[in-house]
Design a binder for this molecule. Structure first.
Ligand SMILES: NC(=O)c1ccc[n+]([C@@H]2O[C@H](COP(=O)([O-])OP(=O)(O)OC[C@H]3O[C@@H](n4cnc5c(N)ncnc54)[C@H](O)[C@@H]3O)[C@@H](O)[C@H]2O)c1
Length: 383
């Protein structure tokens, strides 16, 4: 009976943004150990430095992901899953390489560039019996899970409208400064070769789509989008009008030029009987208003139930955040993988409560639809 998993990572040198968050989140759960990696293929020094920092044997710090997939797959103590934290451009190839070697996958969003690639990954994962997680971070927050539970139980009646925004300002200088983005950290986001056909919608608009869909259980059916590029190749700001498969409507706005906003994801869901509202910068609280009644503030731990309560780690009033949200996703993923390895069923209500390849595919469709709509002069596009 296995109680601990082995994992490897592709991308995520010590100076990278999200790779380190993944490692810390996995470590919180104490369910998996980092034993292999290709943290950078272009900078061997950073690759070895990161591997050495985590005590990985030299022979398991690989120069590229193909060698890693090849060599790991034939080891008796091979990795159980790989964590992909490279820029978007590499997600498809890396995920495919590991799936084909029978290694389970956790991949950063957006899943890949093209809808056909995402469909292919879904098919491959299914055919090879691979557990595939796409780390849409915000689905891991306790209060987002609580919102899903309340809405699913019908507390606010039928959902009729969604207002969601994700506002940042880290690309403000670029509005009057086309072509100078090489000064910025994570500059690859503004380069279509690495980011894909969208920067802002791909990077943060995709989080809105997945988080709203997770909270409401409804999917975007069609949309109209207007993306602003301010002279750059890719978008820095976007506004979308959406229609969901249950007939509800909504507006999504995402921006990286919104002065004074750092990571302002805010989601307001309006139903026939009330509203549920959540803000990422105040993640431990949920604002719930029922028709004709004063607004209530639900607090993490104190007012959670179901999976949100199961995922609770520390008492109310001690703020949790991004790393813990990742840890929640990893806990469910690792539980499911251990169950599978140990021949146990995963048929409980929350056993597979993490974003999967199908969610990743929907995200890629969403990004492509936004760009297509905007390019055609803001026309309706079906997903
Ligand atoms: N879920 C979230 O909330 C969230 C947040 C930030 C970033 N992301 C996603 O995570 C990914 C990485 O973003 P980041 O901000 O950490 O970027 P980053 O530039 O900080 O890090 C990218 C890392 O990938 C490595 N790398 C690049 N190409 C590689 C290759 N072919 N093989 C191995 N390693 C390679 C680089 O050396 C670097 O360490 C992106 O897809 C991004 O969209 C998701």
């Amino acid at each position: 009976m296995r109680t601990k998993l082995r994992y490897g990572q592709v991308g995520g040198t010590l100076s990278a943004f999200i790779g380190g968050v993944h490692r810390k989140a996995i470590a919180i759960n104490e369910q998996a150990e980092l034993v292999a990696g290709c943290f950078s293929s272009s900078n061997p020094g950073s690759n070895m430095e990161c591997g050495a920092h985590y005590g990985i044997e030299d022979s398991r710090i690989y120069p590229d992901y193909r060698t890693m997939a090849e060599k790991e797959s034939v080891r008796e103590d091979k990795i159980d899953f790989v964590v992909i934290c490279t820029p978007n451009r590499f997600h498809y190839d890396v995920a495919k390489a590991f799936i084909e070697k029978g290694i389970h996958v956790v991949c950063e969003k957006p899943l890949c560039f093209k809808v056909e690639e995402a469909e292919h990954l879904c098919r491959l994962a299914e055919e090879n019996n691979i557990l595939f997680c796409v780390t849409y971070t915000y689905t891991g927050y306790n209060m987002v899970k609580q919102a899903r539970e309340l809405i699913g139980n019908g507390l606010i009646g039928e959902v009729v409208d969604v207002k969601a925004e994700y506002l940042q300002d880290w690309l403000m200088d670029e509005v009057n400064n086309a072509g100078s983005s090489e000064k910025k950290l994570s500059v690859w986001r503004m380069n279509p070769d690495f980011s894909g056909i969208s920067n802002c919608v791909g990077d943060i608009g995709s989080h809105i789509e997945e988080t709203v869909s997770y909270m409401t259980g409804s999917k975007v059916k069609r949309l109209v989008a207007m993306l602003d590029k301010f002279g750059h190749e890719l978008d820095l700001n976007a506004n979308m009008l959406v229609e969901f498969d249950n007939g509800a409507h909504g507006t999504f706005s995402c921006s990286q030029i919104a002065a004074g906003h750092y990571n302002g994801l805010a989601i307001r869901i309006f139903g026939t009987e009330g509203a549920v509202e959540w803000e990422q910068e105040h993640p431990d609280f949920l604002r719930v208003t029922l028709k004709g009644q004063p607004t209530q503030i639900y607090t993490r731990a104190a007012h959670t139930s179901g999976h949100a309560l199961e995922m609770n780690r520390i008492p109310s009033g001690h703020p949790e955040g991004l790393t813990m949200a990742f840890a929640n996703i990893y806990r469910t993923f690792a539980d499911a993988l251990l169950n599978r390895i140990n021949g146990k069923d995963t048929d409980g209500k929350w056993d597979l409560d993490f974003p999967n390849a199908e969610d990743g595919l929907r995200g890629v469709k969403f990004i492509n639809a936004c760009v297509e709509s905007s390019d055609k002069g803001s026309v309706w596009v079906e997903l």
